[in-house]
Design a protein around this ligand. Structure first.
Ligand code: SF4
Length: 406
């Protein structure tokens, strides 16, 4: 029995300091709690402060569309950037069929021409194909259907109340047939449970056949507070695999076994090349003064992660677990890795890409490689490289706070 609590929110748009792997800058959660009740859900973690009865007590933010309208209509400096639906709930969980909060949020986003990134497990998203088509036509859209295992039995154990994998693949097909950009998210991969080679291969095959344009993946993180539910479910359904899983994790709840990650991602890289499925779609690029910043940042982030979207050649874990900590300021090597190279993310490019307003800080590394810029912005690349060189000459050594002046 699900208890629904109407709720009047104070704010609706959560802004990230840095964009995530899906290019999302803002998140909207129309609900708190999620009826799908996945045992690995990070939103059960302590830092999200969501009530204990996560899948049976759902808080519906009924005024979210009105709040959003007010925020977008009156914001002086809030320029469009990608809005993710959702961060800590599924915006198309069964309750949405009647409540229609997510649909009204989409209407507001479409009206204000904000690009949208959808992640869901629900076939109900197909109800909103008309709005999604409008958003894809007028700005930018990305839809990721999460499918962690091709097998009903495994999905049932991990995602007890979510639609079965076949229904999710049918949803991918329906959205692809409607001309929408849709991909599959194998998020998370549960080590020793859903990382079997045959299972991953089947996921890639089915995703391809359903019309997915990309397939992203990440590793399960064991968030403090959320791991209890996960461990109980593992003890119930896969008790023999728990010790092997535990051996891969460190005390922060992150997969820390480099050999495991490298072997798994090498295998996934092979699948990407075989099935022609990159890890995500190209970034949304605004048509205003931020354009070049976003283009350069996209190249930096893609390079840092070892490839580029669309090339079918990325193999890094999208959760950033292999990303370096900021502060490692080693000099970039001029030698570019081959597109299919697998290795640690490059910290300079990664953090320069994420701190768009701090790009001048990394201008010396950019200046050293004008080929990147030429590749990014075509004929203007050489001019941009010249300007960057000039900026670099006059920049103080400390971190700059300037946006690139073009
Ligand atoms: S569908 Fe997403 S938000 Fe809902 S329980 Fe599962 S992982 Fe959490």
């Amino acid at each position: 029995m699900v208890r629904v609590e109407p709720h009047t929110s104070q704010s609706v748009l959560n802004t990230l300091r840095i964009v995530n792997g899906g290019w999302v800058r803002h998140f909207i959660n129309p609900y708190r709690g999620c009826q799908f009740g996945c045992v690995y859900c990070y939103a059960r973690g302590d830092k999200y402060y969501i009530h204990e009865d996560f899948e049976r007590r759902i808080i519906a933010k009924e005024n979210a569309p009105e709040l959003l309208e007010r925020r977008l209509a009156h914001a002086r400096s809030l320029r469009p950037d990608v809005v993710g639906l959702s961060g800590a709930t599924d915006a198309w969980q069964p309750l949405e069929k009647k409540a229609r909060i997510t649909r009204r949020v989409l209407e507001v986003l479409a009206r204000h021409r904000f690009p949208v990134s959808v992640t869901t497990k629900s076939p109900l998203v197909a109800r909103d194909i008309d709005l999604l088509q409008e958003i894809a036509r007028t700005t930018w859209l990305s839809i990721t259907i999460t499918i962690t295992s091709p097998h009903d039995r495994v999905a049932r154990a991990l995602e007890p109340f979510a639609p079965d994998p076949d229904r999710r693949f049918s949803t991918v097909e329906m959205l692809a047939d409607a001309g929408l950009p849709v991909g599959v998210g194998v998020m998370p991969i549960v080590p020793r449970v859903t990382d079997g080679k045959e299972d991953l291969e089947l996921l890639f095959r089915q995703a391809r056949e359903a019309g997915a344009r990309w397939l992203c993946h990440n590793s399960l993180r064991l968030e403090p507070g959320a791991d209890r539910v996960f461990r109980d479910a593992m003890a119930d359904h896969f008790p023999a695999r728990l010790p092997a899983l535990d051996r891969l994790y460190d005390s922060t709840g992150t997969v820390a076994d480099a050999a495991y990650l490298q072997a798994r991602d090498r295998f996934i890289r092979g699948l990407r090349q075989r099935f022609g499925l990159p890890s995500r779609q190209p970034r949304w690029i605004p048509d205003d003064f931020r354009r070049v910043n976003f283009l350069v940042a996209e190249v930096l982030i893609n390079r840092a992660l070892g490839g580029r979207p669309g090339a079918g050649d990325e193999d890094e874990d999208d959760d950033g677990s292999s990303r370096p900590a900021p502060g490692n300021r080693r000099r970039l090597s001029r030698a570019r890795p081959p597109a299919s190279c697998h290795g640690p993310a490059d910290p300079d490019r990664f953090w320069a890409g994420h701190r768009i307003n701090n790009l001048p800080f990394c201008v010396s590394t950019l200046r050293d490689d004008p080929a990147y810029l030429a590749e990014t912005i075509g004929a203007r690349g050489a001019v941009v490289a010249e300007v960057l060189a000039l900026i670099a000459r006059f920049l103080p050594a400390r971190r700059g706070q300037l946006a690139l002046p073009f």
